[in-house]
Write a protein that binds this ligand. Structure first.
Ligand SMILES: Nc1ncnc2c1ncn2[C@@H]1O[C@H](COP(=O)(O)OP(=O)(O)OP(=O)(O)O)[C@@H](O)[C@H]1O
Ligand SMILES: [Mg+2]
Length: 322
């Protein structure tokens, strides 16, 4: 399955993304792609370029967060020989290199305010001037930018120019987090499994249903990037032909992101026991309700109750709940 320009997932949310990419590609207007980390913003930006009439010209990615402020101007607009001490020869900037093609301004939210002003002028005038030169050069490039930051907050704090925002965001594409399109997970699993299988020459063919449930339940704060890493690790550590729960290791910093359903504890109704209710009965009722609230999932029930899984099993037996 090659998906849409390498993007896997057929959920209604992703179908909307593909439609938006096609509209943006044809319209040849600036596009701002927003979404959490690892949701596929870079893939989407390449898809826009490949889907557009500019496909035979260059696609130039620029990581705005990685350019030191003092080098930004020369990096984006180029320089003439002798413009500064280390400028030994003329050099085209990224925008000029993207002439007739597309420039991808990644992490645009991290561009310094000085470069933002310069970029705005380029977008308004359609020309660039290399550092140390008087001559302006007409450019025809499509600007695609991306950010995982809330630009609205930055605009409010005056660290991002509102006028630049409107220039860049003529068309906007939003990439939904993985937890909001869980139906894509089995397809992504198959995709990354087959890639890792080929790369590491393993005979792993499937994901065991229990392991798949775990993959579907998890919140994936690192989105598809995190998902890909987990599947790759699972393929490497897998001993048989099927990935089991034991092969799935979700990195520690994210473990607390699994949100067990604890709402039952906030619901005062279940606590309305009479004076005669024993502690055992309360405990039994709490476990019963929490199990129901977590669709019988014992791991999540144990987490929500704040007890270990073996304690839960012991109590389930004690109260004859299983
Ligand atoms: N829908 C998808 N199908 C297949 N692979 C995907 C998909 N979305 C993301 N990926 C893969 O996940 C990884 C992260 O994607 P990408 O770099 O595009 O994310 P991003 O949104 O730019 O993240 P960041 O904000 O951290 O830069 C890449 O390896 C990419 O190939
Ligand atoms: Mg990115």
């Amino acid at each position: 399955m090659n998906g849409f320009y390498g993007m896997i997932g057929n959920s209604p949310e992703m179908q909307k993304v593909y439609k938006d990419i096609e509209i943006a590609a044809k319209a040849d207007i600036p596009v701002l792609i927003q979404g959490e980390t690892g949701t596929g913003k870079e893939l989407a930006s390449r898809a826009i370029h490949e889907c557009s009439n500019r496909i035979n010209a260059a696609f130039i990615p620029v990581n705005c967060a990685a350019i030191p402020r003092e080098l930004a101007e020369s990096e984006l607009f180029g320089h003439e020989r002798g413009a500064f001490t280390s400028a030994h020869r003329d050099r085209k900037g990224k925008i000029e290199l993207a002439n007739k093609g597309s420039i991808f301004l990644d992490e645009i939210g991290d561009m310094d305010i000085f470069s933002q002003a310069k970029l705005l002028r380029v977008l308004e005038e359609g020309t660039i001037t290399r550092v140390g030169s008087e001559k302006s050069i007409c450019i025809n490039t499509r600007v695609i930018s991306a950010t995982n930051k809330q630009l609205a907050d930055k605009i409010q704090k005056k660290t991002f120019r509102e006028d630049l925002y409107y220039r860049l965001a003529t068309f906007q594409i939003y990439l939904p987090p993985l937890k909001e399109r869980r139906s894509d997970i089995p397809f992504l699993a198959e995709h990354f499994l087959s890639k890792a299988r080929d790369q590491f020459k393993r005979d792993v063919a499937t994901v065991h249903p229990m392991a798949m449930n775990r993959l579907i339940e998890y919140a994936w704060p690192g989105n598809v990037r995190e998902f890909k890493n987990v599947i790759t690790r699972a393929v490497i550590s897998c001993k048989g032909s099927s990935i089991t729960l034991d092969d799935i290791s979700i990195s520690l910093p994210y473990l607390d992101q699994i949100k067990p359903n604890t709402s039952v504890l906030q619901d005062p109704v279940w606590l309305s026991f009479s004076n005669e209710t024993s502690l055992n009965e309360m405990e039994k009722e709490a476990i019963r309700k929490m199990l129901g609230n977590n669709q019988g999932n014992k791991r999540r029930t144990a987490e929500a109750l704040g007890i270990g899984r073996s304690s839960l099993y012991w109590k389930l037996k004690k109260y004859r709940l299983s």
